[in-house]
Design a protein around this ligand. Structure first.
Ligand code: FMN
Length: 320
C-alpha cells in the first residue's frame, strides 16, 4: 500500500465511486440481500438514495411463504436465520416494487434464487428486461438443487452449468454470482463461476449453523439449521474475499462485492484492502439502517488522512 503520510487538502473530497461490471456506483456501499426487504420498509429509517446500490431480497418465480417461526435467532456475535426465501414472487415484484425502487434513483440489484437451472434462467431473463431500474442480477446459489438436495454453490461443475445457462439469457444487466462459504476452498467455486461467464462475484453468504433450546432439546429454529451472519463471520469473510481476489478475480479483472459482518468504516477498509470493490451491509442494518452512510463518511476521512484521492486506489492493496 502507498505509505503517504501527507493528507489531502480539506477542500478535496475523496472520490468514492466504483465500477462493478456495467454499473457505475457513487460509492461502494449497498444492502445485503434479504436484510432490507424491497426498500420501502426502510424508507423512514435511512436515506437509501445515498447508498451506492440497493440489493433486494431473493425474488423467486412463484411467491413463497417461507419457513415457520422461529425464523431468526440472535447469537452472541451475530444472527442465525432460516427465512426460507419468503417473497412476493416475480410478477408482483415487477408490478408493485419496481416503481418504488425506481424512485430511489440508485442502481438496483435483484437477488435470484432457484431450485433448478430453468428457475434461475427464466427469472433472470425476465429481470434483464427491467433495465434501467434493474442494473444487476445476483444469483443466490445457496439454495438446494431439487435433483440432489445439494446447493449449486458447493458443487463447481453444477455451478458452472448454472452460470453458463443464465449467462446466455442475461444480456443487458451485470451478472453477479453470490458464493457460498460452506465449501473447502471458495477459490474453486469462484473460478467455476468466472470461467462460466460471471461479471462479478459477491461473497459471502451465511454459514450453515445451529442453536439448540436446551430445555426442549430441539433446535431453536423451526427449520433446524439456519445461516449465521454478523460480526462472528467477519474475519472469515475477509479471508475469503482475499483468497478469491488473489487466486481468481484479480487476474480476470472481475470485481468482488464483499460482505459478512461489516458494521464500521474500519471493517469496510479491511474488505477493500482484501480486494472488494463493493461492500454490502446486512445484519448491522437491524441495529442502524444508516450504517452505510456513516461508513461513507468514515471512508472519506480515512482516504483524506492517507492522501488518497480515490477509494479505488486502496482496493486489493493488502501487503502479505
Ligand atoms: C435475515 C437475513 C435474510 C437473508 N436473506 C437472504 C436472501 O434472501 N438471499 C441471499 O442471497 N442472502 C440472504 N441473506 C444473506 C446476506 O445477504 C449476507 O450474505 C449475509 O448475511 C452476510 O452479511 P452480514 O453479516 O452483513 O449480514 C440474509 C441474511 C439475513 C441476516
Amino acid at each position: 500500500m502507498n505509505n503517504l503520510t501527507s493528507t489531502l487538502p480539506s477542500n478535496v473530497e475523496p472520490d468514492l465511486s466504483v465500477q462493478i461490471g456495467k454499473m457505475h456506483l457513487a460509492n461502494p456501499m449497498m444492502t445485503a440481500s434479504g436484510t432490507c426487504g424491497y426498500a420501502d420498509e426502510y424508507a423512514d429509517f435511512a436515506d437509501l438514495s445515498k447508498f451506492g446500490a440497493f440489493v433486494t431480497k431473493s425474488i423467486s418465480k412463484a411467491p413463497r411463504k417461507g419457513n415457520e417461526s422461529y425464523r431468526v435467532i440472535e447469537t452472541r456475535a451475530g444472527m442465525l436465520n432460516a427465512i426460507g426465501l419468503a417473497n412476493i414472487g416475480l410478477e408482483r415484484f415487477i408490478s408493485e416494487k419496481i416503481p418504488i425502487l425506481e424512485k430511489m434513483g440508485i442502481p438496483v440489484i435483484v437477488n435470484v434464487p432457484g431450485w433448478c437451472v430453468e428457475d434461475y434462467a427464466d427469472v433472470a431473463e425476465r429481470l434483464d428486461q427491467e433495465l434501467p431500474v434493474v442494473r444487476g442480477i445476483e444469483l443466490n446459489v445457496s439454495c438446494p438443487n431439487v435433483k440432489n438436495g445439494l446447493s449449486f454453490g458447493t458443487d463447481p461443475a453444477r455451478l458452472a452449468e448454472l452460470v453458463a445457462a443464465v449467462r446466455k439469457r442475461v444480456k443487458r444487466t451485470t451478472l453477479i454470482v453470490k458464493l457460498s462459504p460452506n465449501v473447502a476452498d471458495v477459490a474453486v467455486t469462484a473460478r467455476a463461476a468466472v470461467e462460466a461467464g460471471a461479471d462479478c462475484l459477491s461473497l459471502i453468504n451465511t454459514f450453515t449453523a445451529m442453536v439448540i433450546d436446551i430445555e426442549k432439546g430441539r433446535p431453536m429454529l423451526a427449520n433446524g439449521t439456519g445461516g449465521l451472519s454478523g460480526p462472528a463471520i467477519k474475519p472469515i469473510a475477509v479471508f475469503m474475499v482475499h483468497r478469491v481476489y488473489s487466486q481468481v478475480a484479480k487476474a480476470h479483472a472481475i470485481p468482488i462485492i464483499g460482505m459478512g459482518g461489516i458494521q464500521t468504516w474500519q471493517d469496510a477498509v479491511e474488505f477493500l484492502l482484501a480486494g472488494a470493490t463493493g461492500l454490502a451491509v446486512g445484519t448491522a442494518l437491524f441495529i442502524d439502517p444508516a450504517i452505510p452512510n456513516k461508513i461513507c463518511n468514515g471512508l472519506r476521512d480515512y482516504l483524506r488522512r492517507r492522501g488518497h484521492k480515490r477509494v479505488q486506489d486502496i482496493i486489493g492493496t493488502l501487503q502479505t
